[in-house]
Design a protein around this ligand. Structure first.
Ligand code: MTE
Ligand code: MO
Length: 198
């Protein structure tokens, strides 16, 4: 006979499989390299610029009209905290690329406020990345990247650009803000790719 714990729905600590060097946190730390920008929704836009300079722009109203997904994912910060089962609502990045033609293999995510981070395009497609605007059923708080942020949970969380403004497509990989400062160009937490050379 097994032991049943009524009402227990969480995962047991011993069942948790964290990437190497990570510890579990229950709260939601804020990590921002600068001040929190405030972006009014009526001027907010998401822009994909292709390698040929072609621009595709979505307004907030257009974003809201796109089919969204509710996802529950684990996130892993390079400063070693991991948070399990975070709940987001957002538009899958692949939906934007249904309308964009590009031969580029890399994207530079660009944020309001100037933050940048590079991600291979393949890592943004096929249900791996979202432009998220809700967290835990609430509008995404400004300090966590609201009105909208990138969520790319399979890479270290610095790749999940807060206050995302768009993607600049690149034929060659280029480092973004933290990558220029020595962080890994790809950032796979399961391979512990924290710094350049890992
Ligand atoms: N625009 C922007 N996006 C950013 C950052 C930032 O400083 N600016 N920090 C990154 C880092 S290092 C992490 S761990 C997460 C933190 O997200 P949170 O503050 O919602 O926990 O956002 C990432 N996205
Ligand atoms: Mo981070």
């Amino acid at each position: 006979m097994g032991i049943v714990t009524p009402g227990f729905t969480g995962r047991r600590r011993s069942d948790v499989n964290l990437p190497p060097g990570q510890y579990l946190t229950e709260d939601f730390p804020v990590l921002s390299a600068g001040p929190t920008p405030r972006i009014p929704l009526d001027t907010w836009e998401f822009v994909i610029v292709t390698e040929t300079g072609e621009k595709h722009t979505w307004s907030w109203a257009q974003l809201m009209a796109m089919p969204s997904e509710d996802v529950t994912v684990d996130i892993h910060c390079v400063t070693k905290w991991s948070k399990l089962g975070t709940r987001w609502r957002g538009v899958p990045v692949s939906a934007f690329f249904d309308e964009v033609e590009t031969a580029a293999d890399f994207a530079m995510a660009v944020s309001y406020g100037g933050y940048t981070t590079n991600v291979p395009l393949d890592d943004l497609l096929d249900g791996q990345a979202w432009v998220a605007y809700k967290f835990d059923d609430d509008d995404l708080a400004p300090e966590h990247g609201g009105p909208a942020r990138l969520v790319v949970p399979h890479l270290y969380f610095w790749k999940s650009a807060k206050w995302v403004r768009g993607l600049r497509m690149m034929l060659e990989d280029e480092p973004g803000f933290w990558e220029t400062a020595g962080y890994h160009d790809y950032g796979d937490p399961w391979r512990e790719q924290r710094y350049q050379g890992d």
